[in-house]
Design a protein. Structure first.
Length: 138
């Protein structure tokens, strides 16, 4: 399975003016569909522990992918990936540690990001970035 970042055009209806929560859900669904087409299997969606959350946890066969999904409308004026901050990465790492503590695995863990840009009523641009960042031990 090739895990190189590739923009993908999807046709996915999204009414203009969609609210943030609905936009996020639509983005997560588009990302999930895309990752499943790559052959991954859903392990968990919107997993929560206290104030931590993981959007998607996917089984890629030989690894587990912790996937953060960032979604925006094209008219928001910037790329969804601009919302991936160092602080957000740190929270994802802490959430992943809790998830793995509750769901032990021998598989290697990777942190991926999927950017979902809704660019009109009939178009969604998905960019998948596997291994987008790595935990750094201090």
């Amino acid at each position: 399975m090739s895990l190189r970042p590739q923009p993908v055009e999807w046709h996915f209806f999204l009414p203009c003016g969609m609210k943030k929560i609905a936009l996020g859900r639509a983005g997560e669904q588009a990302a999930l569909n895309y990752l499943q087409e790559l052959g991954m299997t859903l392990v968990a969606r919107n997993w929560r522990s206290e104030h931590y959350e993981l959007d998607l946890v996917m089984d890629a066969g030989d690894s587990i992918r912790i996937v953060e999904v960032k979604s925006l409308n094209e008219n928001d004026g910037f790329d969804p990936l601009e919302n991936m901050t160092e602080a957000k990465c740190g929270k994802l790492i802490l959430a992943a540690r809790r998830f793995i503590a509750e769901n032990p695995t021998d598989k290697e863990i990777f942190f991926d990001v999927v950017s979902v840009l809704f660019c009109g009523a009939d178009c969604t641009r998905i960019t998948y970035i596997p291994s987008a960042f790595f935990p750094i031990k201090k």
